[in-house]
Ligand binder design. Structure first.
Ligand code: 13P
Ligand code: SF4
Length: 326
């Protein structure tokens, strides 16, 4: 049982502390608010276990676009909750910790990106969903790691493209499509941290294991991978592959679902360069079950967006949803 203390005051001002079963309390609040809990695979396992839907950025955007709940509780990072709000201006979108940002999104400040765009006139701008609403508003099409290749392939060959903000995903898309993209030089602190040397050592120690990797990883890591894909794609691959073990080069939160879906297989988190837990996303891990409960109870922190920014950011997201297969 996951517990938290609920401090209550009676009319005389006397306070008492009640232990709470967080799972039960969240379930009750979900009914009271007509809320849906959407969680990314990088969330703590207990949050994944209480979510109504767990997915990658594309799946979460689709769920956000189709939900009939009144309140969306987003267990993920800020740009994901912001995307849900852009798609649902009339719904309340709660993020358990507003400080849950994204190092990759932070590498692309709007003023600098506007200047970059101006330096490349006539270019189509395709932005990875891991960016702020301001960057989305300056983009023609949004993509995720699940559909970036598919979307770039649909653009006429003679149309020059700016791809932002992740240079590693951009380089991966270039290799897959043979297209030359103008890349914004952003990267994610989590996916840049994997050590090629330690991965090679693990491959030698576990010759039966396949390396699987998220396209945000450096090319030096991707070249060791038998399979590269979004978090959902990696999860599916582990189920379908005949391999009995996998070295997983992405945030290790996903291993919770991998183990649930293929408990007879072994999943080894790819190690970071240092002996730290730097392969865990420090932003994703700011959310906790307890913060999720309080966000629902107090209906805050809430994502809000100016109307104009929201409608400019909506168009490229809608284009993405139209251009990617179900
Ligand atoms: P997905 O597109 O696989 O959800 O990845 C999101 C992300 O933040 C990777 O770091
Ligand atoms: Fe951002 Fe990297 Fe965390 Fe994904 S893993 S949310 S890209 S900081």
């Amino acid at each position: 049982m996951f517990t938290a203390a609920l401090v209550q005051r009676d009319l005389t001002g006397t306070s008492s502390v009640l232990p709470l079963d967080l799972f039960e309390a969240i379930k009750t609040l979900k009914q009271e608010l007509n809320a849906v809990i959407l969680a990314h695979y990088y969330q703590d396992p207990d949050i994944q276990d209480i979510a109504d839907y767990i997915g990658d950025s594309l799946g979460l955007s689709r769920q956000a676009a189709s939900t009939d709940a009144d309140v969306i509780v987003f267990a993920g990072v800020h740009f994901m909750a912001e995307t849900a709000k852009i798609l649902n201006p009339d719904k309340q979108v709660l993020l358990p910790d507003l400080a849950a940002g994204c190092s990759l999104a932070d590498t692309c400040p709007p003023e600098a990106f506007a200047a970059f765009k101006a330096a490349h006139p006539n270019h189509l701008v395709i932005s990875y969903v891991n960016c702020s609403a301001a960057i989305k508003a300056m983009s023609d099409i949004i993509c995720t790691s699940a559909n970036a290749v598919e979307i770039v392939r649909q653009i006429p060959e003679d149309k020059p493209i700016i791809f932002a903000p992740d240079r590693n995903l951009g380089r991966y898309v270039m290799a897959q499509t043979g297209r030359n993209l103008v890349l914004w030089q952003g990267a994610c602190i989590v996916h840049e941290t994997f050590s090629e040397k330690k991965i090679v050592q693990l491959k030698i120690a576990y010759p039966e294991a396949e390396v699987i990797a998220h396209p945000e990883c450096e090319p030096s890591v991707l070249r060791h991978a038998s399979y590269v894909g979004s978090t959902t794609a990696l999860l599916k691959y582990c189920q379908q592959s005949s391999a009995s073990a996998f070295i997983v080069a992405t945030e290790p939160g996903i291993i919770h679902q991998m183990q649930k879906q293929a408990s007879h297989k072994r999943f080894i988190p790819a190690p970071p360069v240092n002996s730290c837990a730097c392969n865990e996303c420090p932003y994703m891990r700011l959310n906790t079950l307890e913060k999720l409960f309080w966000a629902m109870k107090n209906r805050t922190p809430e994502i809000t967006l100016p109307k104009e920014l929201r409608s400019s950011a909506l168009k490229p997201i809608q284009r993405m949803l139209e251009m990617s297969a179900v």
